[in-house]
Structures are given as structure tokens and as C-alpha cells.
Design a protein around this ligand. Structure first.
Ligand code: FAD
Length: 394
């Protein structure tokens, strides 16, 4: 698309991923959904073609970490299979703690395994009693000599049971609210780590979502990320950079559904002409395409800002906006695509039925869209726009 701010090299990587997605992942998408099985063959495909590498620097075996390219990769894969797109998004989510707060030693130990895709990662913040309100978490970590001992549990963790490395948040000081939370990297093979029930769910069915338990889980003290008490800040800095990945998953779903509905509208005839030539359908298609393009503009701007080193309030606001807008577009556009296909849209034989179910989660995880709106408004209220108003009035 002409408006994409990608260099020639980035377009080549995108085209490779697009081709892999169309030829190798698309034919698997319906089966992954139906069987609700984690698609290890897709992981293998990503490994073979070095796709995980777009998220990591060359010194760790990657292609040179680029947030923009990570978003493009997630979008391209999610156009055909949102479960497979999520594998890339969560690899980034689970790596960001190390990238942002890891020591050189921690990065050297883990990032090469993640860049090759030999190891998958996960991000474990949510608990049964704390979702939007993460400070209400109850998991605790106690220093014991040269180790930390963690007790508690996490719920709704993507990649539970398939990840080798988890970024885990737990309270080192239960009396200190947000400031009592610390972040750790936890290997799945650590003593005291267990995976519980994997949840059956509405969409992204091939992705595992499950409980994990820490029963006197013992990890080396050097697995602390940053300092004790910095966990909440680390969690939020991670989300500022990972939420756009969910936006990319949503945008991929929306564009994939638009492309499918467009082809359908060319072929399906009623009242003597293709339905795409009925003005009401044409207008729907035009709105769907316009929303996708607007979402892409916001999302890629966010990716570019991250690559340019944006941080703090500026990033918090635009990343929440990208996640909010792209995921709302995903839900609206996939619903419209089902409508355009009429009765066939409601049938499992056609992919838009799956896309609509998959789209819903993008409005919920990594902070619900109500929470994104709160974040955006909070940042707006901190801004000083009085001078602009004064000059407008004058
Ligand atoms: C498939 C799936 C995968 C997930 N993967 C992960 C993962 O990998 N790692 C992880 O840590 N978590 C994960 N989650 C958890 C997810 O991030 C949380 O479910 C989400 O943040 C919402 O938390 P909750 O479910 O506890 O809802 P609650 O926080 O209980 O919210 C319930 C409702 O109240 C609204 N609400 C809450 N507070 C406010 C407020 N202040 N103002 C207005 N409305 C409010 C919410 O928007 C929501 O509509 C996953 C969840 C799902 C379903």
C-alpha cells in the first residue's frame, strides 16, 4: 500500500512474511481453530525462516529489533490466522522485560534462545483477583539467601504450558502497593512451577490460556529484573510497547476480513448483479477499508515512535490509542464482514465467522478498552492546552 512508511528492506521482509502467511498458515487456520491445538508447526515455520528475529538485536542473533517490523509481521500473520499472529505478539510481550530492564548477563543468557524461537515466552501479571487492578495481586516473593521463593498463582496466561520462560510479577513488599511489586524471569523447569487448567474459549482457540502455580518456586536471586519494587513500572513500560502488538493483531483481522468480504462481494450476485455493486454493500466495504487504513496509520506511527526511542507519557498515550482504535476496528469490521456474507458469513465454512470470534479478545487483553480510554484521558488531562485555547480565542 502506497501509504506504508516502510523502507525497501522492510517491504521485502513484509512480503516474505505475507507469502508464508498466505501459503503455509492460511490453509491451517480453520483446523487450528477447530481442534484448539497449539500450532507447533507454525512455530517451526517461524523458526525456519528466522521470523522471531525481527524482534531482537543482531548481537542476540536477531535481524535488528524493530517495533514497526514486529507490528507488520503480527499484522500479516493475523490477516490469515490470529492465533498464529499472537505467537509473535507474545514472544515480544514476554521478552520486553529483559530488553528494558535486563542486565547484560540476563540478556546474553536468554535473548539468543528467544530470537531463534527455540524458547517461547509468556507474561504473567493477571491473577484471579487482579486483572485491571494489578496492584491487588497476591503472589509474593521472599528473598532467601541467593534465591527468591515465590508463592501464588496467575490466571489467563497466554502460552501457559508452551512457554519456556515467564516474566512473573510478585510482591516483595505486600504492604507497599504498586511499589511493593517486583519482576522476575522464571524458567518453566524451575522447582515449584506448575501449569494448571488450560481454558476453553471463544476465539484464538489454538493459543493456550491457562493458570500457573508457584508453590515455593525457587529461582536464583539474579533472575530479578531491575531492582526490588520496580516491577509495576516495568510492567507498565512493557505494556506501552506490547499493546500496539495487540493493535496489529486486530488490524490484521480487520484487513483479512475486508479482503475476504471484497472478493465475496465481487462474485455473489443478487437481483441481477454482484452484491458489491449494490450501493449499501459498496458503502460498507468503503467504510471497512477506510477504518483499516486509518488504524494502520496510527499503528505504524506508534511503531516508528518506539523505534525512534519514544518513552514516558507520549508513548503511553499513543500506544493505548493504537490498541484501542485497532481493536475496536477489528470488532466492527469483522462483524460487518459477516453481514456482507449474509447467511454464509455465519457458517464455520467461511473464515469471517472465526475472525469475528477472534477479534473480540483484542478489546479485552493487555488492558481492556475501558482501561485504554482511562489511560488516554489521564494523559490528556495532564497536558496543558490552555495556551492553544487562548490563541484560538484571540
Ligand atoms: C484469552 C486471554 C489471554 C490473556 N493473556 C494474558 C497474559 O498473557 N498475561 C496476563 O497477565 N494476562 C492475560 N490476560 C488477562 C487480561 O489482561 C485480563 O483479563 C484483562 O486485563 C481484564 O482483567 P479481568 O479479566 O480481571 O477483568 P476486570 O478487571 O475484573 O474487569 C471487569 C470489567 O470491568 C471493567 N473495569 C475494570 N476496572 C475499571 C475501571 N477502573 N473503569 C472502568 N471500567 C473498569 C473492565 O474493562 C471489564 O469490562 C488474558 C486474558 C484473556 C481472556
Amino acid at each position: 500500500m502506497a501509504s506504508e512508511p516502510l523502507t525497501e528492506e522492510q517491504r521485502e521482509v513484509r512480503d516474505l512474511i505475507r507469502e508464508l502467511a498466505r501459503e503455509r498458515i492460511a490453509p491451517r487456520a480453520a483446523e487450528i481453530d477447530k481442534k484448539a491445538e497449539f500450532p507447533w508447526d507454525v512455530v517451526e515455520l517461524f523458526r525456519e525462516h528466522g521470523i522471531f528475529g525481527v524482534m531482537y538485536d543482531e548481537e542476540y542473533g536477531g535481524l535488528g529489533a524493530s517495533s514497526l517490523m514486529t507490528l507488520v509481521a503480527i499484522e500479516e500473520v493475523s490477516k490469515v490466522c490470529a492465533t498464529s499472529g499472537l505467537i509473535l505478539a507474545v514472544q515480544e510481550l514476554g521478552s520486553l522485560g529483559l530488553k528494558l530492564a535486563g542486565t547484560e548477563e540476563q540478556k546474553d543468557r536468554y535473548l539468543p534462545k528467544l530470537a531463534s524461537g527455540d524458547w517461547l515466552t509468556a507474561y504473567a501479571l493477571t491473577e484471579p483477583g487482579s486483572g485491571s487492578d494489578s496492584a491487588a495481586m497476591r503472589s509474593e516473593a521472599r528473598r532467601d539467601g541467593d534465591a527468591y521463593v515465590i508463592n501464588g498463582s496467575k490466571r489467563f496466561i497466554t502460552n501457559a504450558g508452551v512457554a519456556d520462560l515467564y516474566t512473573v510479577f510478585a510482591k516483595t513488599d505486600p504492604t507497599a502497593g504498586h511499589d511493593g511489586i517486583s519482576a522476575f524471569v522464571v524458567e518453566a523447569s524451575s522447582p515449584g512451577f506448575a501449569v494448571g487448567r488450560i481454558e476453553p474459549k471463544m476465539g484464538i482457540k489454538g493459543s493456550t490460556t491457562g493458570e500457573i502455580f508457584f508453590d515455593d518456586l525457587r529461582i536464583p536471586a539474579e533472575n530479578l529484573l531491575g531492582e526490588e519494587g520496580e516491577g509495576f513500572k516495568i510492567a507498565m513500560r512493557i505494556l506501552d510497547r506490547s499493546r500496539p502488538g495487540i493493535g496489529a493483531q486486530g488490524l490484521g483481522l480487520a484487513q483479512g476480513a475486508t479482503d475476504y468480504a471484497l472478493e465475496y462481494a465481487r462474485d455473489r450476485e443478487t437481483m441481477g448483479k454482484p452484491i458489491g455493486q449494490h450501493q449499501l454493500i459498496a458503502a460498507q466495504l468503503a467504510d471497512m477499508e477506510t477504518k483499516c487504513e486509518a488504524a494502520r496509520g496510527l499503528l505504524y506511527k506508534c511503531g516508528q515512535l518506539i523505534d525512534d526511542g519514544a518513552d514516558g507519557a507520549e508513548l503511553t498515550k499513543i500506544s493505548a490509542m493504537a490498541k484501542l482504535y485497532c481493536s475496536d476496528v477489528a470488532m466492527e469490521v469483522t462483524t460487518e464482514a459477516v453481514q456482507i456474507l449474509g447467511g454464509y458469513g455465519y457458517m464455520q465454512e467461511y473464515p469471517v465467522e472465526r475472525m469475528m470470534r477472534d477479534a473480540k479478545i483484542t478489546q479485552i487483553y493487555e488492558g481492556t478498552n475501558q482501561i485504554q480510554r482511562l489511560v488516554i484521558a489521564r494523559e490528556m488531562l495532564k497536558e496543558d492546552r490552555a495556551s492553544l485555547l487562548a490563541s484560538a480565542a484571540g
